[in-house]
Design a binder for this molecule. Structure first.
Ligand SMILES: [Zn+2]
Length: 401
């Protein structure tokens, strides 16, 4: 995309709505067709919820003027202003895009921070000038159409956090993971679902599992992820089977997510409310967005005052790359630091992530590897990093300013 524009007005006129969305790493969920297109309002809109799509865009207008029809919002503006909403989730200061805010969005529109170098914008968004309805994003449980799902919003009322009362396998799992203190489990709404919940049958299929809440960026609960505390035992038994027996058995799963949940669109620990924690913004400004693999890694690092987000796997997705890119540009001066597990699977995941994030023009660094730091972190996972190790070994290697 090396179009030369005479002006911002030309650029707005020649950029389609899906192209503009792609520049902001947003996947458009569009309703309506023809000139008036209806979208979810991105300006932390008090009136637009549960798919009301209160914002309408006049795509026939060269500046693609829009207005939000929610009574409490009524935000209006041109394509640049809409892009500001997509990039920040907030209204421009004083409701008018000017100064630094204007320059930043203009830079994105004119391609200062393009999506993959020379490559296309995400094909799902930009394939045609015609707007399409794209796969639904994750809906907060509280807004689910499914009553059973809505009932899970307060599932943590039932959680066990005292190892003395947990089923033995869950208790043993919690004891092995030092980050899972009662206080941290309370803070993070993590816990074990009892085997016998009495008449309360909510989350029945998850009993005995360690549950982690996946929150949206706005802090709303999207799903409960379940960690099977017996996974390691089940995996050993599975691997011990003869190949013909193994073919008949289902491979044990470490984690379970709801079937309609799109894990790859979220990062564990992504909720913006965390930014008020002391020192978090400073660490991100110095070291960039810290990316880890798992739930416990986020908790363990949080416990020593280090903000991290987890991809909930060792394999990053394109949507996660886009989200990290957005976070890094907004908060971390374009910097990212990877702290994957120091084992074979972690190495594979980190190599792929380095490439994908590097392609976005981000300043990506490894916090550690099995060879770095004289090999002293080989075999380690971030969840067990001590505050001393962070301050003396890891942090000095990833600070850049
Ligand atoms: Zn609105």
């Amino acid at each position: 995309m090396n179009k030369q524009y005479q002006s911002v007005d030309d650029a707005q006129a020649q950029t389609t709505l899906p192209e503009a969305a792609a520049k902001c790493s947003v996947v458009l969920e569009v309703h309506g067709s023809g000139r008036q297109i209806r979208l979810d309002c991105p300006f932390s809109c008090p009136g637009d919820h549960a798919g009301k799509r209160e914002l309408s865009v006049d795509t026939g207008n060269p500046q693609k003027v829009f207005a939000c029809h929610a009574y409490q919002c009524q935000m209006r503006g041109n394509l640049l202003t809409l892009m500001h909403g997509w990039l920040t989730g907030t209204r421009p200061t004083g409701d008018k895009l000017k100064g630094e805010e204007f320059k930043r969005v203009r830079g994105v529109l004119l391609g200062d921070s393009p999506s993959p170098a020379g490559g296309p914008v995400p094909s799902s968004v930009a394939k045609s000038a015609e707007l399409k309805t794209l796969p639904a994003r994750n809906v907060p449980l509280a807004q689910s159409e499914n009553e059973k799902a809505r009932e899970l919003v307060t599932l943590d009322e039932k959680f066990l956090r005292d190892v003395a009362h947990m089923p033995p396998t869950a208790a043993s799992y919690v004891r092995r993971h030092v980050c899972l203190t009662t206080a941290m489990m309370e803070k993070w709404r993590v816990g074990v679902l009892p085997q016998d919940g009495g008449p309360d049958k909510r989350g029945w299929s998850l009993r005995g599992q360690v549950l982690y809440p996946i929150l949206g960026e706005d802090g709303k609960l999207l799903a409960w992820a379940a960690r099977d505390p017996q996974f390691e035992t089940k995996e050993q038994a599975f691997n011990a089977l003869r190949p013909d027996e193994r073919a008949k058995e289902k491979k044990p799963a470490k984690h379970r997510f709801p079937v309609d949940f799109h894990r790859g669109q979220e990062l564990f620990g992504q909720h913006a409310g965390r930014l008020v924690e002391p020192g978090f913004r400073e660490v991100i400004a110095e070291c960039g967005i810290l990316v880890v693999e798992g739930f416990n890694d986020v908790l363990g690092l949080d416990g020593i005052g280090v903000p991290a987000v987890a991809i909930m796997s060792n394999k990053i997705t394109e949507q996660q790359v886009s989200k990290i890119e957005r976070f890094a540009k907004n908060l971390g001066g374009g910097k990212v630091t990877l702290l994957f597990d120091n084992d074979d699977a972690g190495d594979d995941g980190a190599k792929e992530s380095l490439w994908l994030l590097g392609q976005r023009g981000l300043d990506v660094r490894l916090g550690w590897s099995r060879a770095m730091h004289g090999g002293k972190f080989a075999g380690r996972q971030p969840e067990n990093l001590t505050g001393d190790e962070w301050e003396k070994a890891i942090r000095p290697g990833i600070v850049r300013q």
